[in-house]
Design a binder for this molecule. Structure first.
Ligand code: 5AD
Ligand code: FES
Length: 366
């Protein structure tokens, strides 16, 4: 097998790496090799998308969820969570806060619901945000599996990006971390519907799942390439103590945290190298492992950050995993804090820009 430096040399010219080459990069443990990987990914990022970080203000508008994923803190069977639902006014207010804070985009995320009441509430609020911002603000939705009809309604209302993580492309791991009625095929079909409906489509996986190998993660990256994805949001799995998986996996030790962070960063780096001009988010979960986790994500190839806009009162109720950062902070604190930290690594922030996926734009003009 070719060594790491040979693979990285090849990666300068093209992202066409084999499964073995991708797995070799993900398996790096040597410090110098790791730095060489991160530098190579940063060079690809600079060349293809520049040293600009785009902000997407994240509105976690409800933790009500019909799904029961074994890893997730807001799964429907977790009776310890106090459920909340922001009203339309609250969501609109937070989106306008993002607009005035010059964020350029917002993301509306919640647990999954497929009832008409919720679907039409989202439709109305998206329309209101699009009208109030004259279509200038990017509106991303992250609201789970829906019918193509629903995706069309929300698209027509003014949303233009959609995030739906596949979580893992390994069928057995998928089956192990989800109840039997959750289907990877449905999720794949949703990703296709979203593409047909004209969204910029984002997906991603969790890294560090039980039994997951570097080859499995290489397959995940090749899946992203195969479906020609526009945006990626992925992060390390972090146990939540009130979930079936979290009951089996004790809270991470410091060493495990470091290892999970490193794997998360390597995945971002290799994804940047393979996919070149897509948008990649530095997931908040990185910061749960280390305070500077998100900046480190940018240094490894990510170009999107999602500062939390959710009102402080709701934040502790939207704990997907333990130790989620910023639960005591408010939106202004996160804006100031993140801006300072990003400038600190020598990047600019794309204030007032939507920061659309260049990959999507190129496909649209082909
Ligand atoms: N650790 C890390 N990420 C998680 N998510 C849910 N639970 C966890 C966890 N315990 C992620 C899933 C989901 C996204 C909204 O949050 O990937 O798609
Ligand atoms: Fe929220 Fe720093 S990003 S306080």
């Amino acid at each position: 097998m070719s060594n790491v430096y040979t693979i990285l040399e090849k990666a300068k010219k093209s992202g066409d790496l084999s499964r073995e080459e991708i797995a070799a990069l993900l398996s790096i443990s040597d410090k110098d090799e790791q730095q060489a990987l991160f530098d190579a990914a940063y060079a690809v990022k600079e060349e293809h998308v520049g040293k600009v970080a785009y902000f997407r203000g994240l509105i976690e508008c409800s933790n009500l969820c019909i799904k029961d994923c074994y890893y997730c803190g807001i799964r429907r069977s977790n009776k310890k969570v106090e459920r909340f639902l922001m009203d339309e006014e609250e969501i609109f207010k937070e989106a306008m806060w993002a607009y005035e804070a010059e964020y350029g985009s917002c993301v509306i995320q919640s647990g999954e619901r497929q009832d008409e009441e919720y679907i039409s509430m989202i439709e109305r609020v998206v329309k209101r945000i699009a009208e109030a911002t004259k279509g200038e603000m990017g509106i991303t939705l992250s609201l789970g599996e829906q019918t193509e009809e629903v995706y069309k309604r929300w698209r027509a209302a003014g949303a233009h990006r959609y995030l739906l993580r596949i979580e893992t492309t390994h069928p057995e791991i998928y089956a192990k971390i989800h109840p039997a009625d959750h289907s990877m095929e449905v999720r794949k079909a949703c990703l296709k519907s979203l593409r047909r409906t004209g969204y910029q489509v984002g997906t991603g996986v969790m890294m560090g799942l039980p039994g997951q190998t570097m080859e499995d993660l290489a397959d995940d990256i090749l899946f992203l390439k195969d479906i020609d994805i526009d945006m990626v949001g992925m992060g390390p799995y972090i146990p939540h103590s009130d979930t079936p998986m979290g009951e089996e996996i004790p809270a991470y030790t410091d060493e495990e945290k470091t290892a999970a962070l490193k794997l998360g960063l390597k995945m971002i780096a290799v994804t940047r190298i393979v996919l070149r001009d897509i948008n990649i988010a530095a997931a908040t979960a990185l910061q749960a492992l280390e305070y500077t986790g998100r900046e480190q994500g940018l240094k490894c190839g990510a170009n999107v950050i999602m500062p939390n806009l959710t009102e402080t009162e709701f934040r502790p109720k939207y704990q997907l995993y333990d130790n989620k950062p910023c639960t005591d902070e408010n939106s202004s604190m996160c804006r100031g804090c993140l801006s300072g930290r990003i400038k600190g690594i020598g990047e600019t922030i794309g204030f007032n820009e939507r920061g659309d996926s260049l990959h999507f734009q190129k496909r649209a003009t082909e």
